[in-house]
Write a protein that binds this ligand. Structure first.
Ligand SMILES: Cc1ncc(COP(=O)(O)O)c(C=O)c1O
Length: 424
C-alpha cells in the first residue's frame, strides 16, 4: 500500500510527462539488490539505466563521497577548482581511446551531447550535424533534434534546431545493412546538405534506448574514413555503453578507431550527476575560454565518485566481469529462445548490455510490445526490475550492475524466465 499511496501522491504533484516505469518506491539498495517502501526485495537488472555499473552504494564510492562532502560540496569549478577534477580529467583522458585528449565535465548526458556539438561546430566552422534513426541522445531541444525516435521523446516538442539530418542506423536485425546506411549518408550529402557543411556525425556504438542494436563490424571504420574524407568530426556517444558496460572501458574500442570526441555520463560516477566530453586536443580547444561551463559542472561529489569508479573498474576487473555476465545472460536467453522461437526473435548483446527482441509468429516484422510490457510488469511482481527499449517497444534489455553476485544474476535470470512463462 505504501508504494500505491506514494504513487497517488506523486500523480498529484508531478507533471504526467515525467512518468515512472514501476510504482516501486526505493528505500535502500545494495549492489544489485533494492528494497522498496513495503520492504519488498528486488534484483535490479536496470542499474538506474546503466548508471550504477559499480553496484548500488559501493563502499568505496560511499567513502569517497562522504570524505568530499565533509570537505566541501560546491565551489564551482569555474571559480575555484579542486584537485579531484584535475585528477579525474587526467585519468579519463588517459583511458579514453584518443591520443592527446582533453576533457570537460558537465552534469548530464544531454549536456555532454550539447557541448560535443557546440565544440564540433566551433572547431569546423560548420553548422550541420548528422545523427541516426533510432538513436537517443537526450531530452534537451538540441538533443531531441538529434534523437531518432519520435514517440514519446520528440512528440509535440518541436521545432528543433535546424541543420540536423538523420541517416538510417545499420540495425541488421531490422534489415538495414551497413551498405544501406552508408549509401543513405552519401544521398544526404547530395540531397540535403553538402558534406563540407557538416560539422559532426554522432552515433552510439550500440543503440541504447533504440533497442540494443550494435553497429555492424567495420561500420565505424567506414564512418571514420568518411569523416576524414570530408573533415567531419566523429562523435561517439558512449553515455550508455561506457565504463566497462560492454566488456571494454568504451565500446568503440572494439572497432579500433579513434573518435574525435566521445560523450560520457551515466556509469562515470556510480549515480552522481557528472558527465564528460573527451576529445582530440585541437578540437576540444577550439572554443574560447569561458565558452564552455556551467554552475554545477564537474561537481566535487561527482569527481570524488568518478575517481572511485575508475579504481573499482580496474581493481574488480569489471570489463572481464561484463563479458562473463553477458555470456551467462545470453546463454540463458538463448535457451528461452530455443523453447519459444516464435516469440523471441533475437538475443544479442555486447558484454553486459544484453537484450531479447519479442515478436509474434516468428516474424521479425511483427514486434510484440504488449508481451514486452507484460513481462516487465510481471517480473517486478516477482521481484526483478527490468527495462524495455526499442524503436518498436519490443526489446527487453538487461543492464545488471557489473558487480552483481553470481547467485543474484542467476536469481534474476530465473525470475525473468518465470515472468516470461507466466505471460505467454
Ligand atoms: C546514448 C545516450 N545519450 C544521451 C543520453 C542522455 O543522458 P541524460 O539522460 O543523462 O541526459 C542517454 C540517456 O539515456 C543515452 O543513453
Amino acid at each position: 500500500m505504501k508504494n500505491h499511496k506514494l504513487q497517488k501522491r506523486k500523480d498529484q504533484v508531478f507533471a504526467r510527462g515525467m512518468g515512472n516505469l514501476l510504482p516501486i518506491y526505493a528505500v535502500r539498495a545494495k549492489n544489485a539488490e533494492l528494497w522498496d517502501e513495503e520492504d519488498n526485495r528486488y534484483i535490479d537488472f536496470a542499474a538506474g539505466i546503466a548508471t550504477v555499473n559499480t553496484g548500488h552504494s559501493h563502499p568505496k564510492i560511499v567513502a569517497a563521497v562522504k570524505q568530499q562532502l565533509e570537505a566541501f560540496s560546491h565551489t564551482c569549478v569555474l571559480v575555484t577548482p579542486y584537485a579531484s577534477a584535475v585528477r579525474l580529467a587526467e585519468k579519463i583522458t588517459a583511458v579514453a581511446p584518443i591520443e592527446d585528449a582533453r576533457a570537460i565535465f558537465l552534469s548530464t548526458g544531454a549536456e555532454a551531447v550539447e557541448n560535443a556539438v557546440k565544440i564540433a561546430r566551433v572547431a569546423t566552422g560548420r553548422p550541420g550535424v548528422i545523427a541516426f534513426s533510432g538513436g537517443f541522445h537526450g531530452r534537451t531541444n538540441l538533443c531531441l533534434g538529434l534523437t531518432g525516435k519520435v514517440d514519446p521523446y520528440k512528440k509535440g516538442f518541436g521545432p528543433f534546431t535546424p541543420e540536423i539530418y538523420h541517416a538510417p542506423f545499420p540495425a541488421e536485425y531490422l534489415g538495414v545493412s551497413a551498405e544501406v546506411s552508408l549509401a543513405a549518408l552519401e544521398e544526404l550529402f547530395k540531397s540535403d546538405i553538402q558534406a563540407d557543411r557538416v560539422a559532426a556525425i554522432i552515433i552510439e556504438p550500440v543503440q541504447g534506448e533504440g533497442g540494443f542494436y550494435p553497429v555492424p563490424e567495420g561500420f565505424l571504420f567506414q564512418l571514420r574514413e568518411l569523416c576524414d574524407l570530408h573533415g567531419i568530426i566523429l562523435i561517439i556517444d558512449e553515455i550508455q555503453t561506457g565504463f566497462a558496460r560492454t566488456g571494454k572501458m568504451f565500446a568503440v574500442e572494439y572497432d579500433g578507431i579513434e573518435p574525435d570526441i566521445i560523450t560520457l555520463a551515466k556509469g562515470i560516477a556510480g549515480g552522481f550527476p557528472i558527465a564528460a566530453v573527451v576529445g582530440k586536443a585541437d578540437v576540444m580547444n577550439a572554443p574560447e575560454p569561458g565558452g564552455l561551463g556551467g554552475t554545477f559542472v564537474a561537481s566535487p561529489l561527482g569527481c570524488a565518485a568518478g575517481l572511485a569508479v575508475l579504481d573499482i573498474i580496474e581493481k574488480e576487473s569489471l570489463c572481464d566481469r561484463a563479458v562473463e555476465i553477458g555470456n551467462r545472460l545470453k546463454a540463458g536467453l538463448r535457451r528461452m529462445q530455443a523453447d519459444h522461437p516464435a516469440l523471441i526473435g533475437d538475443v544479442r548483446g555486447l558484454g553486459a548490455m544484453v537484450a531479447m527482441e519479442l515478436i509474434s509468429d516468428g516474424d521479425a516484422n511483427q514486434p510484440n510490445p504488449e508481451l514486452t510490457k507484460a513481462v516487465t510488469v510481471k517480473a517486478a511482481e516477482l521481484g526483478l526490475i527490468l527495462l524495455s527499449c526499442g524503436v518498436r517497444g519490443n526489446v527487453i534489455r538487461i543492464l545488471a550492475p557489473l558487480t552483481i553476485k553470481s547467485k543474484h544474476l542467476e536469481e534474476g535470470q530465473e525470475i525473468l524466465a518465470e515472468a516470461f512463462r507466466a505471460c505467454i
